[in-house]
Design a protein around this ligand. Structure first.
Ligand code: SF4
Length: 1014
């Protein structure tokens, strides 16, 4: 016998009546009936919102205490039903379900029923979703197999995709059957088993089996077509058959019922009676709209902004302006709501926007646990192993404020920086053994004999501490049972935890997040140990499992403080507000995109839908859209006084379309009033940046700092554009001046401030080392060539030159590691596809007819040189330089050569070649009793696009180019001496790999590239 029950549909005209009906239900409860009444709401945030509304409405001066019914979600309802049984069943957690399913999936595959995909944690979750879908639709695994297999077998001859889906169906059927058998064997239940258990309780045993049943259920959600958090066919089946449930009240607005829900409810609950408890609809709020466009036409219904940030900024501006002017009789902040479809992006933006404008706000939604800093720090622990203890991940671990590594609470930043640089210099590319070796070597340094050794000695304590920290993690690198791998991580997190100091809310939040992370890891480890002890894996499997789990966990946090309410669309239905703004009305969000199953197309899954509910998948999507329209209309009428809607056009710099729901606004009975955008300044940044500037908006050190900055506002703008004050260049070097011309600020960072560059991981020689290697190689070759009595390399002597060069190369390549030597050999001597560096150098000479009398290699240009600018200025500059090569030729001319590894400098800023050519002419005057004329100057590029780039420009002689270089040299010296170091890269591409990009405020600099003649 089924318990006699009353099943009512309480039809209400709008959300005001919806809330009033719920208030009536709650207000009439006694202590006893409240304990047996469950109000089913869509989300936890909705439950909190309803609790507040009920307390606001029911608590009065006369009624100071309230007994509320149980408020909870669908999951909470199942949990409550299980907990009320005399012998509560063992219900498996979500952790356990995934582990069990992964375990049986592996076993099924090992027995030869192969899946057409690789079994990964993400796909296990999708398989579980599919299983839940089947069971929530009220179908069994056998139904799934029969329906899909029948359909697919019909198509397998003509459709190759069907064959694959058939294989998948065979596999999934076997997995789901094994999963159910495993739960049976454990005597445990999931949601579906629990439902069967509850419906199977014999009526005569009702009272004994469930001594304190839920006698009344108030349903505030729709079905799963109308509501993502709604009830499924299997839930309605449970409602019909659940013993001892005496009363079911479904509360729903007329708009939602008219969207198709009414028909569906009568389909699943044939005994449903209808009542109209509420009065007439409440007065509709006024729709506030932006003014019409200047050209005329009707006012648009929605405010439009650039992006979410600008949208919230406008909200802050309006709220402050309304309160300052007092003209609009603003609603109190706690009765002002921003209704969002997806809370997360707004919660992140709100923290900055509302903090910056001093608007308190509150949100009830949960945030992803993975986005909390402590949870993100767990990635550092995983990364250090998955990167094989690479330099970057080690340093990141040491810098994390969440872990205490080494004896001190905080490891000094300069020690960590020294470790970073020392590891890079040692060409450390990871490996626990290598780290151990380096740590031992560095700790043995007693009296450092060089700069490198000094750095290593400084880094030694950090290396030792890092080694001790990662030693317990080393087993993660190899395969081991997943349960013990996760235990290793839990143990590490406990051992190296660094408690944080700070203000209480932050400390308490961090403690709660840490407890949640450790709790999630503990549950995962227990699930593996109990249900899948044979599951093994290394750090990549552990990382995938942990990331999958942390990614699906949420963390309840009250964001902000009481004030403006940021509520999601589900929770908003339960709140009372005077001023409502529906924000983010864009396509894909209002309404949310329909989530499709990744394993099967909708056209196949529709076979599982219970008749007569929507056998047509497109009809179901249409019904869902109708329900979204109805929910939107309800929300538009939620406010007691004013409502606004807003949208934006850019999401992550991509254009987004406005929501189709905006079209519904014209169908609503809303009076309209235009309200222009408020222009007043409300942000701290505006108070500090716009005149009249004020620091009142800040407190503490921030205010003192701002005041100090404002006092300096008399400084000339030049001080902010690179005027650093006079500076003396200790020693003039032309390559340094060229560096200044590349970018004065980069020169300032490296030469004046002496900021160290961020170390890079190099497994081979650095470009500098390789450049030096090539220079030395050619110096040695040409010395030997000349000693053997040779002069010019011509076509006839190229084979001999090549032979000699090969011999010298083989000699020096012996000092390189074999793999690097092989690569270098190909670069130098060439291959089938590339002629090689030697060919470039020899060809340059062979193509020129004049004989070479002498080669001056690494020729020093030292002493005082007189430079004269074209405007008549003159200065003697002491130089100490070396030119790569000067060839003295038989015709009394000389050829100045500057070797370059790849790129050659732009002639308009190049200094070295013209200045060295000039200095060579001066220095060699009278050399060998002759006067030498500059015949040619060139860059010889070893591996650039062009082998030879002559010092030549259209319409200019070499002397013109040298005169231009004199101008630049003197101007550059003047600018350095005057301390002018603006952010002025000679070309923007330099900034891409610039090591000083982090300290250079390029975004504030004028956009033009440098004028070298400036
Ligand atoms: S990032 Fe660009 S502008 Fe800034 S220092 Fe480097 S090269 Fe100069």
């Amino acid at each position: 016998m089924i318990t006699p029950r009353r099943t009512r549909l309480l039809r209400v005209p709008d959300l005001a009546a919806f809330q009033a009906t719920l208030t009536d239900v709650a207000g009439q409860l006694t202590l006893g009936s409240a304990r047996s009444t469950f109000v089913l709401v869509p989300t936890r945030a909705a439950s909190e919102q309803l609790r507040r509304t009920l307390e606001d409405r029911l608590l009065t001066a006369e009624r100071t205490a309230l007994v509320l019914p149980i408020l909870g979600t669908r999951n909470d309802w199942y949990g409550e039903l299980a907990a009320r049984l005399a012998a509560p069943p063992r219900v498996v957690s979500a952790f356990e379900r995934e582990v069990i399913l992964a375990s049986v999936a592996r076993a099924v595959a090992e027995q030869g029923v192969e899946p057409p995909f690789e079994i990964r944690p993400g796909l296990v979750a999708e398989m579980l979703d599919l299983y839940d879908l089947i069971r929530r639709l009220g179908r069994s695994v056998a139904d799934f197999d029969r329906n899909l297999r029948g359909e697919l077998e019909r198509d397998r001859e003509t459709d190759r995709g069907a064959e694959k889906l058939l294989q998948q169906t065979v596999f999934l059927t076997a997995v789901f059957e094994r999963y159910e058998a495993r739960l049976d064997a454990l005597g445990a239940h999931d949601e579906h088993g629990l439902r069967g258990l509850l419906m199977g309780i014999a009526d005569d045993a009702d009272r004994a089996a469930c001594p304190h049943p839920l006698a009344r259920l108030v349903v505030t959600v729709g079905d799963r077509v109308a509501d993502a958090d709604g009830l499924w066919p299997a839930d309605y089946d449970l409602l019909s058959k659940l013993p001892l449930l005496e009363c079911i009240d479904i509360v729903c607005t007329e708009a939602m019922l008219a969207s198709g829900l009414l028909e569906r409810l009568h389909g699943v609950l044939p005994e449903l009676g209808e009542e109209w408890p509420g009065g007439p609809a409440a007065r509709a709020p006024i729709l506030m709209t932006p003014p019409p466009a200047p050209g005329g036409g009707p006012a648009p219904v929605a405010y439009r902004y650039r992006d979410r940030e600008e949208e919230l900024s406008a909200v802050a501006r309006r709220l402050k302006a309304e309160r300052r002017s007092g003209s609009l009789d603003p609603a109190p902040l706690h009765r002002t709501a921003l209704v969002v479809r997806r809370p997360l992006p707004y919660l992140y933006v709100a923290r900055d926007v509302f903090a910056g404008s001093g608007v308190p706000f509150e949100a009830l939604d949960t945030l992803p646990l993975a986005s909390e800093p402590y949870a993100a720090a767990l990635d550092l622990v995983i990364d250090v192993v998955s990167t094989d203890f690479a330099r970057g991940s080690l340093v990141a671990l040491l810098r994390s404020p969440h872990f205490q590594i080494g004896p001190d609470a905080v490891m000094p930043a300069k020690v960590i920086a020294a470790l970073d640089a020392a590891l890079a210099e040692s060409r450390y590319l990871g490996g626990f053994n290598r780290l151990e070796k380096l740590a031992a070597e560095w700790s043995a340094i007693d009296v450092p004999g060089s700069r490198d050794e000094r750095r290593r000695k400084t880094a030694a304590p950090a290396a030792a501490a890092a080694l001790e920290a990662v030693r317990p993690l080393a087993p993660l690198a190899g395969p081991a049972p997943l349960a013990s791998q996760i235990e290793t991580i839990i143990g590490w997190l406990r051992r190296f935890d660094r408690p944080i100091d700070g203000e209480m809310p932050a400390v308490s939040r961090r403690l709660r997040v840490r407890a949640a992370v450790l709790g999630a890891l503990r549950s995962l480890a227990d699930a593996y140990r109990f249900h899948d002890p044979e599951a093994t894996g290394d750090v990549s499997s552990v990382a995938a499992a942990i990331r999958r789990w942390l990614g699906s966990q949420t963390f309840a946090v009250t964001t902000g403080e009481p004030g403006l309410q940021i509520v999601d669309a589900q929770a908003a239905r339960f709140g009372e507000f005077d001023d409502v703004q529906l924000v983010g009305l864009i396509d894909g969000e209002w309404p949310e995109r329909f989530r499709r199953n990744v394993l099967y197309p909708s056209s196949l899954l529709v076979q599982l839908e219970p008749l007569p509910i929507n056998p047509d998948p497109f009809r179901r999507e249409r019904d869902a859209l109708n329900a979204a329209r109805a929910a939107f209309k309800d929300l538009m009428l939620l406010s007691r006084r004013r409502v606004r809607v807003s949208s934006f056009v850019l999401e992550n710099d991509a254009v987004v379309e406005p929501s189709v729901l905006l079209d519904e606004i014209d169908t609503l009975p809303l009076a309209r009033e235009t309200s222009p955008e408020m222009r007043m300044r409300v942000f701290q940044s505006e108070a500090l940046a716009l005149e009249p500037r004020t620091t009142d908006v800040l407190a503490g050190p921030a205010r003192r700092w701002a005041e100090a900055r404002l006092e300096r506002s008399t400084l000339t703008p030049e001080r902010f554009q690179g005027a650093a004050g006079a500076w003396t260049l200790p020693r003039v070097s032309v390559s340094r001046l060229e560096r200044y011309l590349d970018c004065p600020f980069r020169f300032f960072a490296s030469e004046v401030l002496k900021l160290e560059e961020q170390p890079e991981d190099e497994d081979t020689r650095t470009p500098l080392e390789r450049g030096r290697f090539l220079h030395e190689l050619f110096e040695r070759f040409f010395e030997e060539w000349q000693q053997r009595g040779h002069r010019r390399i011509d076509a006839a002597s190229v084979p001999e030159a090549r032979q000699l060069f090969t011999t010298i190369c083989e000699d020096v390549l012996r000092d390189l590691p074999p793999s690097e030597a092989a690569l270098e050999r190909t670069r130098l001597l060439g291959s089938a596809v590339s002629p090689g560096i030697a060919h470039r150098v020899f060809s340059m000479e062979a193509e020129r007819a004049t004989d070479v009398i002498e080669r001056l290699l690494e020729f020093p240009l030292q002493g005082d040189f007189r430079f004269r600018a074209r405007d008549g200025r003159e200065r003697i500059v002491t130089l100490s330089a070396k030119t790569d090569r000067i060839d003295l030729l038989a015709d009394g001319t000389m050829r100045v050569i500057d070797y370059k590894s790849k790129k050659t400098p732009e002639l308009k800023i190049a200094l070295q070649l013209p200045i060295y050519s000039y200095c060579a002419r001066v220095s060699l005057d009278g050399h060998g009793g002759r006067k030498w004329v500059l015949g040619e100057a060139m860059y010889l590029s070893f591996e650039g696009n062009k082998a030879v780039v002559p010092l030549r420009a259209k319409g200019q002689t070499v002397d013109d180019l040298i005169a231009g270089a004199h101008d630049r040299l003197l101007a550059t010296l003047d600018r350095i001496a005057a301390g002018r170091f603006p952010i002025q890269p000679s070309k923007k591409s330099l900034c891409g790999l610039c090591p000083y990009a982090a300290v250079c405020r390029l975004e504030y600099a004028p956009s033009e590239e440098a004028d070298p003649d400036d």
